[in-house]
Design a protein around this ligand. Structure first.
Ligand code: ADP
Ligand code: MG
Length: 309
């Protein structure tokens, strides 16, 4: 299948401090790709390049095999087939919700405008807020408005820059469910930047990991979780037990859990159970977390985290 969006030999630098590179990167129709990595790793820069809001110094970006021209040649930033929801949402605070929503949508009549506004606001749970100045919305509501605005332009590719940041867990869950329902229904392709890889696990077909401007790993959520290629990638999944290999062999029975990265044995808390120890260890804490209880063991090599049973 032909990729919807394709990047080849990309290089983009901000002075000498930061360089983003990507050899070959693709997004296929209907695919959901999560882009994760620490702050400053280049996620927003990559997304802006994908969304034609930034022209890379070197390399090509193609939409349906056609080269996206440099933005200097465009009247408006962006590409009609690609919708980018920016990290700052790009909303104008003094405009009413309706005006921001319809800013990029061309309508022929007032009746059509009213229908569309109602439809898009209903889809993101903002019904009745048409005339509220955008500056009076809560953080979560602005995020929903930015999404509705982008959905309204019916993009083939939706690019989302940290849509879940600054949201309380309840609102985040609602937004994630809305997004999944929209994607399942529309079968559109999505690239979503998330800070926390756990926000991507249930949704993404593929996770790409960006560190210091380079793609260091790419794979299905299952593959990256089960066989992380580096310690940094393993650390993205939450707390990681890390022990010098010799210490791990002295403390734990074979087969040892986890992976050896440069002489350090690394394993998730869910890979450690009391039966893994050669000798019983002292439990210093039990952390209740609803569906399971974690034990914290005080070992001669420091604290280790694992399952109670
Ligand atoms: P992320 O979204 O992963 O946090 P960014 O793509 O925003 O990362 O930024 C990557 C790096 O480039 C950071 O060090 C950031 O400070 C720098 N940077 C981002 N935008 C600019 C810019 N317009 N000019 C100069 N440096 C920038
Ligand atoms: Mg960013």
């Amino acid at each position: 299948m032909r990729p919807l969006l394709e990047v080849q030999d990309l290089v983009h630098a901000y002075g000498e401090r930061f360089v983003l590179t990507a050899g070959h990167w693709t997004l296929h129709p209907g695919q959901v790709v999560a882009l994760v990595g620490p702050s400053g790793s280049g996620k927003s820069t990559f997304l802006k390049i994908l969304g034609a809001h930034l022209t890379p110094e070197q390399g090509e970006v193609r939409f349906r095999s056609r080269l996206i021209p440099p933005q200097a040649d465009a009247l408006l930033p962006g590409h009609p087939g690609i919708g980018l929801v920016r990290q700052d949402f790009g909303q104008m605070p003094f405009r009413k919700v309706r005006e921001n929503l319809l800013h990029f949508v061309h309508t022929d009549s007032d009746a059509q405008e009213a229908r569309w506004t109602a439809q898009w606001l209903r889809s993101v749970g903002l019904t009745g807020m048409e005339d509220v100045p955008t500056g009076q919305l809560s953080g979560g509501q602005v995020q929903r408005l930015a999404l509705a605005q982008t959905w309204a332009s019916k993009p083939q590719v939706l690019l989302l820059d940290e849509p879940f940041s600054h949201l309380d867990p309840d609102t985040k869950r609602g937004l994630l469910d809305d997004l999944r329902a929209w994607q399942v229904h529309s079968k559109r392709a999505v690239v979503v930047v998330v800070h926390d890889i756990r926000d991507a696990l249930e949704w993404a077909d593929r996770i790409d990991v960006l560190m210091d401007g380079s793609m260091v790993a790419s794979g299905t959520p299952q593959a990256l979780y089960r066989t992380p290629p580096t310690r940094s990638v393993a650390r993205l999944f939450g707390r990681l037990n890390e022990l010098p290999e010799a210490a791990a062999q002295a403390l734990l029975r074979a087969p040892l859990p986890g992976w050896n990265f440069d002489g350090t044995r690394c394993f998730y808390p869910e890979q450690l159970r009391p039966a893994c120890f050669r000798e019983p260890q002292t439990v210093v804490r039990s952390d209740f977390q609803g569906d399971r209880t974690w034990s914290v063991w005080d070992t001669p090599h420091g604290l280790l985290y694992g399952l109670e049973e």
